[in-house]
Design a protein around this ligand. Structure first.
Ligand code: ASP
Length: 323
């Protein structure tokens, strides 16, 4: 009788343990430095996710380097148990075209859990730059060809993509200065050690609002409504026709994560995306929280495939590669 009771208790415990995912903190890997735009989205989103994951802490781990590919690689090889996840942006679609050899396959080594948000970018400059609008910036660029430093977060970063497209669009080559994220790049831009940068509004809005950097344009289709950004023209309206770059962020787990865990995570993601605090924080930084079909895993994956095909020709045309 005693033995039966014990067996029953063990069975009950095992059942509870399975149903209780997550039963310990979940690590969310961010492939860029702390304090930057991807990190900010991850910390804000992680907090919203926590509320729908048994109140388990979502710990952000910054695995920065190689334009975000170090962090992606770490999660590709992580234990597929739902306790190591990846929050990453458009780099999931651009890295395959930028690196000749990658130690992972975005489409084969990951479970797609849903899209989180879309974020426009801004073209900004050091505070000491003698240009106060885009026309003055263009004149300054033409007068300083060969001497201009463009900060980015490495090959595969959103800032890299935007900077590459900008150089192509105006036909001027600049010296790129890579950082482990645009948080350290912003520090150097504020200190006037580098000249210009194209970065997500999630990193630039507060600096623009405080007048700490020069702001020239946005990469969205229409002007933005966030107060500090509303006065900025679109690059398209300034003559760079079709210059639209939107940086999206998605959530991923290593391939082979159990279906029940994936379902729990997708349900939590959908609930987190409705969190009023998360929505408000994101809107204040110019970001738009995802509400469309890309919050479903199959459509998230289809979207990443489409983005991969969309950006590959532009990247190949620029002839930028890393081994
Ligand atoms: N905004 C950066 C990028 O260019 C990354 C970051 O630091 O979050 O991709």
């Amino acid at each position: 009788m005693k033995k039966l009771l014990l067996l029953g208790a063990v069975a009950l415990l095992a059942g509870t343990a399975q149903a209780a995912y997550p039963e310990r903190p979940v690590t969310l890997v961010v492939p860029f430095a702390a304090g930057g735009p991807t990190d900010k989205v991850a910390r804000d989103f992680g907090e919203a996710l926590r509320k729908h994951l048994n109140n388990q802490t979502v710990l952000v781990e910054n695995v920065a380097g190689a334009g975000g590919t170090l962090g992606i690689g770490k999660v590709a090889k992580a234990n597929p148990d739902g306790y190591t996840l990846l929050l990453h942006h458009i780099g999931m679609a651009t890295a395959p075209a930028l690196y000749r050899k990658l130690p992972f396959s975005v489409l084969n080594d990951f479970e797609f859990l849903g899209m989180v948000n879309d974020v426009p970018m801004t073209l900004i400059g050091r505070p000491t730059l003698p240009a106060n609008n885009y026309a003055e910036l263009r004149k300054w660029i033409d007068a300083n060809k060969g001497k201009i430093n463009l900060a980015n977060a490495g090959l595969g970063a959103a800032s890299h993509l935007c900077g590459l497209l900008f150089q192509q669009a105006i036909g001027v080559d600049m010296t790129t200065v890579p950082y482990k994220g645009t948080a350290p790049a912003m520090t150097d831009l504020l200190g006037s050690q580098v000249d210009i940068m194209c970065d997500q509004t999630t990193n630039t809005t507060q600096q623009i609002a405080g007048g700490k950097v020069k702001a020239f344009a946005v990469t969205s289709v229409n002007p933005l409504t966030t107060p500090a950004l509303a006065k900025l023209p679109t690059l398209d309206s300034l003559g760079l026709k079709g210059f639209y770059v939107t940086i999206w962020h998605g959530l991923y787990a290593p391939k082979g994560t159990p279906k029940a865990v994936l379902d729990t995570l997708n349900t939590a993601l959908k609930q987190a995306l409705k969190d009023p605090d998360f929505i408000q924080h994101q809107e204040a930084l110019g970001a738009v929280v995802a509400t469309d079909s890309r919050i479903n895993p199959a459509d998230h994956k289809k979207f990443v495939e489409a983005e991969t095909s969309k950006w590959a020709p532009a990247i190949k045309a620029a002839g930028t590669y890393a081994d």
